[in-house]
Design a protein around this ligand. Structure first.
Ligand code: C2E
Ligand code: CA
Ligand code: CA
Ligand code: CA
Length: 273
């Protein structure tokens, strides 16, 4: 320990200091990565389990870091949210996904592309305004995924209502993991519910409780006129259980991992029955 100005003791902790330094470096790097083309979008299909065909795509961001390699979003989205970089990142994602969707539509792949929008970028009025403008201009080609936290926020709900009024579809992501949004679901113009992977994975272990939860989500969604999408389907056995429970749309490694656009053309051709 050394004596700091004012007489209090400050403990020098090399581990914490190293971590803090690394974090600061990463913030600076992420800021320039957004502008210098180090971010990429990979796309994961959502399939109709009955026909086996893709019906939409989800855009998932990655960071091709010069030394760390391809970083998954879990490694930098939270940092972007904590440092105010999420607005710039969201705008990049919406623009890039819009370009890709347009290319696919022009090439005959007429599938909506879903973008993940963190609630923080809906709260910042300047960012939200531009995000809405871009999404409305691409209505039909782009859709939105938000978590339950966006429904718990006044501004978040307002933005979603504006989007719905302009025919931009919205899905509730990771459904079941957040606060209960049931009270809001009734009044919200949401078109789909994505059941979180944790409920799906447990189906493999014969858990009757999870099956009961899924059945009740299907009932709820049907009553509200919403679609249900199961996330994280990894096996044919889980697919069968979901079909039995009345779920028709799914996403997961059983069908396709997230892929760069160049790999999706061949996948789409190969997956055609
Ligand atoms: P999410 O939106 O729930 O996306 C689904 C995640 O589950 C993706 O991870 C995907 O690769 C993974 N996944 C899909 N199928 C399976 C499966 O069968 N098994 C398993 N074990 N995993 C599966 P990823 O790409 O690492 O993304 C993680 C999260 O990062 C996303 O979760 C989303 O919350 C966030 N994220 C991704 N892209 C963006 C973005 O552009 N903006 C924002 N704000 N968040 C993003
Ligand atoms: Ca998502
Ligand atoms: Ca999800
Ligand atoms: Ca998630």
């Amino acid at each position: 320990a050394k004596r700091a100005a004012g007489g209090s003791f400050v403990f020098y902790d090399p581990v914490t200091d190293a971590a803090r330094g690394e974090r600061l470096a990463m913030i600076t790097e992420l800021r320039s990565a957004i502008d210098s083309g180090q971010l990429e979008l990979h796309y994961q299909p959502v399939v109709d389990m009955v026909t086996g065909r893709a019906i939409s795509m989800e855009a998932l961001v990655r960071w091709r870091h010069p030394t760390r390699g391809l970083m998954p979003p879990g490694g930098f989205i939270p940092l972007a949210e904590q440092t105010g970089l999420i607005g710039a990142l969201t705008l990049w994602v919406v623009r890039r996904a819009g370009e890709q969707a347009r290319l696919w539509w022009q090439g005959g792949i007429r599938m909506p592309v879903a973008v993940n929008i963190s609630v923080d970028s809906l709260i910042d009025p300047a960012v939200a305004h531009e995000v809405v403008r871009l999404l409305v201009a691409a209505a039909g080609e782009l859709t939105v995924e938000v978590t339950e936290s966006a429904l718990m926020n006044d501004r978040g709900r307002q933005v979603l209502a504006d989007l719905a009024a302009a025919n931009v579809s919205c899905a509730i992501d990771d459904f079941g993991t957040g606060y209960s949004a049931l009270a809001y679901l009734r009044s919200l113009p949401v078109s789909a519910i994505k059941i979180d992977r944790t409920f799906i994975t447990d189906l493999a272990h014969g858990a009757g409780v999870d099956l009961a939860i899924i059945r009740s989500v299907v009932d709820l969604a049907t009553a509200l006129g919403m679609e249900v999408i199961a996330e994280g389907v990894e096996t044919a056995e889980i697919e069968r259980k979901l079909l039995d429970a009345g779920v028709r749309r799914a996403q997961g490694f059983h069908y396709a991992r997230p892929m760069p656009p160049s790999d999706l053309g061949p996948w789409l051709t190969a997956s055609r029955p």
